[in-house]
Design a protein around this ligand. Sequence first.
Ligand code: NDP
Length: 294
Amino acid sequence: MSAKIIRGSEIAKTIRQEIAEEVTALKESHNIIPGLVTILVGDDPASRSYVAAKNKTAGVLGIYSKQVSLPADTPEETLLQTVAQYNNDPQIHGILVQLPLPKHINEANVLFAIDPEKDVDGFHPVNVGKMVLGEQCFLPCTPHGILELLARSGYETSGAEVVIVGRSNIVGKPVANLMLQKRDSGNATVTLCHTRTKDLGFHTRRADILIVAAGVAKMISGDDVKDGVVVIDVGVNRVGETAEGKALLVGDVDFESVRKKAAAITPVPGGVGPMTITMLMKNTLQAAKQTVGA
Ligand code: NDP
């Protein structure tokens, strides 16, 4: 069997087109331009490139974006004041604080300070709580992107054995939760694995849909999956440099051995990554629409 490649970059392109059209329509109907502020503290190169990509995508879609860069030694109080400033700025509908923050800043204090109505990353406890309860809210971007990848590629989660490797607050736990919801994009039987899981392979080999978000390069091989599995590889691991001097990235899944058994698989790069940024744009649009009840 040779797997179908689920090209997140292509699916993301389609969704971005839809967002751009809605942005234009919102401007025409309500004279509102969705606004996103990205706040970066410090100069971590990976964070800088993520923020740059988010601002670039916003610009392409007609979303107003503002980038705030603060030095690494910014006191927590100053960052909280910056967040408060954008909570009160009517031009800004979405606030994104790029993680991780420097160690002297309490991440939870900062995320909790964002107005839940502008929490386009979906990390505020109000939005996390609503997500768990199945209420309308901003969904966290990577998990939401994974749901869209599956739905738009025609893979049903209802009744499926979904096995997730990794239980972080930004990927594993919310994916598990969304897959459990009693609605079309959920209704799965969910197993959530982590470093204390006994016999990981026992679980991964049972999966109809396997979602791997562990941050360990190529940890899942062909021997760890069953024939016909659908694999979503969230991992992004830098394992060197390309001949052109760019970061060489691999996923948490050994693509070559797994693709021989899988029905479908996402590549790294070009799989989940483009969906994450796209869902951020979708949330920013949603935040702007909510201000006018559109
Ligand atoms: P974290 O480091 O926060 O969490 C990793 C999780 O994986 C933990 O729950 C950990 O278990 C589990 N884990 C690690 N090693 C193993 C193992 N050998 N066996 C079983 N479980 C294991 O990572 P994130 O969730 O933030 O990110 C995961 C990966 O996804 C990273 O490569 C990251 O770069 C990537 N990522 C990609 C995104 C994208 O848009 N493409 C977005 C976000 C993340 P325990 O809890 O027991 O420690």
